[in-house]
Design a protein around this ligand. Structure first.
Ligand SMILES: NC(=O)c1ccc[n+]([C@@H]2O[C@H](COP(=O)([O-])OP(=O)(O)OC[C@H]3O[C@@H](n4cnc5c(N)ncnc54)[C@H](OP(=O)(O)O)[C@@H]3O)[C@@H](O)[C@H]2O)c1
Length: 172
């Protein structure tokens, strides 16, 4: 099983505001869908609730594992894991599993993930949820693609795909 993290992160590390995404970026949503459809996703309870608020249901065509210390009926529409280890037992046998946030769950997953699909959002935006510090020397860029802002995308972004490096990567 390959554990992958996928996140969109602003220049000031903001990922969320008031329980939601702080931007409209259709190209990012498209990439998110293309990568995650057909796979299992692991999501924090707060992000799960924001998805269900927005879509009226969990992400279609994906198996959703919600991390929460609460239990049903407090968490609806997903398999609930009460710890990271329990989530890992749920996804045993899956090929690629995507950790889709939010901040608390990224903190758990970043040290363990083998792939990291980052969308760098080239903007400083107000927010209240932040991506945890991560050491770029532990990651090797395997693909990079720039997408300029347009009517469907509020900000310029760069899509960066990383794999975990076996030896530290020089940066700068
Ligand atoms: N830009 C992006 O790519 C992106 C992606 C995803 C989310 N976001 C944004 O991030 C924000 C939400 O992030 P957040 O950090 O506030 O919340 P979160 O990570 O989505 O969810 C936090 C919840 O996860 C559960 N949890 C955390 N650690 C756990 C553990 N070890 N075992 C079991 N359950 C655990 C707890 O649920 P209980 O309280 O139920 O116990 C906790 O309250 C939103 O604004 C969202 O839009 C942004």
């Amino acid at each position: 099983m390959t554990l992958s993290v996928i996140a969109a992160v602003a220049d000031n590390n903001v990922i969320g505001r008031s329980g939601d995404l702080p931007w409209r970026l259709q190209a990012d949503l498209r990439r998110f869908r293309e990568l995650t459809v057909g796979h299992a996703v692991i999501v924090g309870r707060k992000t799960h609730e924001s998805i269900v608020r927005r879509l009226g249901r969990p992400l279609p065509d994906r198996r959703t594992i919600v991390l929460s210390r609460r239990s049903a009926p407090f968490v609806q529409d997903g398999e609930v894991a009460s710890s990271w280890n329990e989530a890992m037992t749920f996804v045993r046998g899956e090929d690629e599993v995507y950790v889709i946030g939010g901040a608390e769950i990224y903190t758990l997953a970043i040290p363990l993930a083998e792939r990291f699909y980052l969308t760098r959002v080239h903007a400083v935006v107000p927010g209240d949820a932040f991506f945890p510090p991560f050491d770029r020397t532990h990651w090797r860029v395997v693909q990079q693609r720039y997408h300029p802002r347009d009517t469907a995308n509020e900000f310029d972004v760069t899509f960066e795909d990383f794999v975990r490096a076996r030896t530290p990567v020089r940066t700068g």
